[in-house]
Design a protein around this ligand. Sequence first.
Ligand code: P6P
Length: 358
Amino acid sequence: MSSQTLSAMEGGERIVTLENHIIDSQKEVPGASGAFSALLSSIGIAGKIISREVRRAGLIDILGLTGDTNVQGERVTKLDIYAHNLLTRVMARCGQVCGMASEEHPSFLQVPSDLERGRYIVCFDPLDGSSNIDVNAAIGTIFGIWKTRHHPDECTEEDVLQPGSEIVGAGYVIYGSSTIFVYSSGRGVHAFTLDPSIGEFLLSHRDIKTPDRAKIYSCNEGNAYRWNHEGARRYITYLKSEDNAAGKPYSGRYIGSLVADFHRNLLDGGIFLYPADKRKPEGKLRLLFEAAPLAYICEQAGGAASTGWTAIRDVVPKKLHHRVPLIIGSRLDVEEAERFIQGQSATGAPAALERAGS
Ligand code: P6P
């Protein structure tokens, strides 16, 4: 064998596509049927198609608003509807899903009986942050995968109302300077960057671990005056105070697109907060379509996700569009934010005592 051929064989990293990785991961699961792999691959295909539409939205009059508002009371963009319709169609026809729920649809969606049903339930936010589309800020698709508790032909909304602790897989696709598919099926978090010239997601970040602490905080400070808990305001003030020995002040970074803010913090560390406020006393972000899937990813990467009081994974949804406060990111930062919100302080002392200087 020539030395050139030998070096070609031995040189460089293996090129790993999303499909390669999904099949390799399946081999680690005894008795796996391939159903989960087929479902994930279908979501990957949907991500590629939505990426294509997002990239050319400005050129084919698919930007802008439909003039409608969704079940969230939010203005709906044409791309929101495109992404919702595409994901609903792909999930219904992949043969692995019996029911689904979408942030853009008010009720549970059972896969029709004339289509092959599988044992998975999928909840998704088809295009999170879509209010940022027209200004070309990064947006994303978020998905969470659960198993139905009933036979696939009998699945109901009850099968969707499961806590994040029952998630069997989750991920997101971020449509930013590049399109990246990030997922976990319980064995770490892995990211794949789309090479549009070959139409493949290629492994770019293996086994992502988020730093335990980092000097980034991400929140809409314009809402701070109406946050329900004084401790949340005290926490942000604390982060901005000058204490270089304690690594402060932190830097503020807020894009206003959850997937973009989350993805930055997942890779570089930091904390994202969307506390409950007087307008949205239960919180703004949706448990099933945003918080629970991202909490799963974050915990798989060594981070933490909380309402400020309870781990997101432990919150049992009371309704499809259940909203929660979301504090998510680097573990030590989230734990510190919880102490403030719960009325303690950085030292863990009750805030009243600390304020008294005792
Ligand atoms: P605000 C986008 O509409 C979204 O649902 C999330 O992507 C984002 O984190 C949040 O709302 C932004 O909300 O009130 O700061 O505009």
